[in-house]
Design a protein around this ligand. Structure first.
Ligand SMILES: Cc1ncc(COP(=O)(O)O)c(C=O)c1O
Length: 433
């Protein structure tokens, strides 16, 4: 099997197909991977749309004007879902990471305009509960990260935590809706109030960006009365991953601005290589059309009622799993009564001679479930938790089986004790993405 050097001769299509397929036979089973937020199942009709459009390059708006229109429909529908006050703008991206890079750049450019000729170092304020992409943005684009630390028992941030970090060089505050770690939200309404107060008292207009990578497709359906979006005045931009709870395969994400003016003009490029003058606001150029079309398929296929039905179903199954874990007497749940993504975050309630990494490992070894164990960010790094996503494909029967398998894994560990430190950490996954 060629693996290192560029093969001199090719092989038949059939041989190449078998070779790749055989390699992939060793991959994990997505139905048992409860670590990832990303979609692992779509309807056959959606799969057909994807398969029939794999050859189209999305960026070629001159050749594919209908796809460009469909992208704009998705942006308008999401702006409507997020209560944008009027006409707005946005971008289709490869996922939330690209959306966050673009949103962060727009914050930086707008700050520069506010500050005039100042040469100060820009900073961005966010909590330790953010996804790694926020630190990446700061490093890649020369912005000082001002990270509000967590602490044991407090895994999200609010206005009191944020206030000391904000100054005239703050390009924005980023708050999370549905954290990667525990699935909860930052106190976005409280941070909005703080920023309004700072605006009126100190004359600093600091924008709030909401990272709704997962939560942007969950809160509108499970908690429609909670204001976290453009209903709050300082929320100027929101990112959401279509490929997480938007229920589309990877990679598709969205960046939505409150108003067109929130997107810095300098970041939009005009080119006419492809036959027609076009504006682009992306980090990537060429990319497939299929997932944009699949996103539109889902939006029209499910509507608000359908998404709410699916989200409530996942939430009900997550609650059952949580109750079963709590009933075992071994685990404590993390924030089960707060607004949360459809998942169960839990940790061992006492020292039983094994830890969460052991449970994750034993469960993977015995039954093939991937339920990650990981430590929380500073200053809660001493806390280890486990997290099980309960997605569309996870039925009540699966929940019952998983709960039983976790109990059996713990029974095995109680007999044999925890694993060797080194082995444990090699086997167990991080918090996923
Ligand atoms: C809160 C949050 N933000 C950003 C990201 C990155 O999103 P993507 O994988 O769509 O690039 C993730 C991924 O899990 C996330 O959970």
């Amino acid at each position: 099997m060629p693996t290192r050097t560029f093969p001199v001769e090719g092989m038949t299509a059939q041989d190449a197909f078998r070779l790749v397929a055989e390699d992939l036979a060793l991959e994990g089973d997505p139905a048992r991977n409860l670590a990832t937020f990303v979609t692992t199942w779509m309807e056959p009709e959606a799969q057909r749309i994807i398969a029939e459009n794999l050859h189209r390059n999305f960026i070629d708006h001159a050749e594919y004007p209908r796809t460009a229109e469909i992208e704009q429909r998705c942006i308008r529908m999401l702006a409507d879902l997020f209560h944008a006050p009027g006409a707005t703008t946005g971008a289709r991206t490869q996922g939330s990471s690209e959306a966050i890079m673009l949103g962060g750049l727009s914050l930086k450019w707008n700050w520069r305009k506010r500050r005039g000729a100042a040469t100060a170092v820009p900073n961005l304020v966010f909590g330790g509960d953010v996804h790694v992409v926020w630190e990446k943005f700061c490093r890649y684009f020369d912005v000082e990260p001002r990270i509000v630390p967590l602490r044991p028992g407090k895994y999200t941030i609010g206005p009191d935590d944020v206030e000391p970090f904000v100054d005239e060089n703050t390009i924005g505050v980023a708050a999370v809706l549905g954290t990667t770690f525990t699935g909860h939200k930052d106190d976005i309404a409280g941070i909005n109030e703080l920023l309004l107060r700072i605006k009126s008292e100190r004359g600093l207009d600091v924008p709030l960006h909401v990272d709704g990578a997962s939560g942007g497709f969950v809160w509108p359906f499970l908690y429609p009365d909670t204001a976290w979006d453009f209903r709050l005045e300082q929320v100027r931009s929101i990112n959401v991953s279509g490929h997480k709870f938007g229920l589309v395969y990877p990679g598709i994400g969205w960046l939505i601005f409150r108003e067109s003016a929130d997107l810095a003009d300098e970041l939009v490029f005009k080119e006419n290589y492809l036959g027609k003058t076009d504006s682009t606001f992306t980090l990537n150029f060429s990319t497939g059309s299929a997932m944009v079309l699949a996103q539109y398929y889902n939006l029209v296929r499910y509507g608000r009622t359908g998404y709410a039905y699916i989200m409530k179903n996942m939430q009900a199954n997550a609650r059952v799993l949580g109750e079963k874990l709590a009933a075992m007497g071994l685990f404590e749940l993390i924030g089960p009564d707060e607004e949360q993504l459809p998942l169960v975050a839990f940790r061992l309630a006492a020292d039983n001679g094994f830890d969460e990494f052991d449970v994750a490992w034993q469960l993977a070894a015995e039954r093939g479930w991937m339920v990650p164990a990981y430590t929380l960010p500073p200053n809660a790094q001493r806390v280890t938790i486990m997290r099980a996503l309960v997605k569309e494909t996870m039925s009540r029967e699966h929940v019952d089986t998983l709960a039983r398998d976790i109990e059996e894994a713990c029974a095995t560990l109680a007999k044999k004790g925890g694993a060797h430190e080194l082995e444990r950490h090699r086997m167990v996954q991080g918090p996923g993405h």
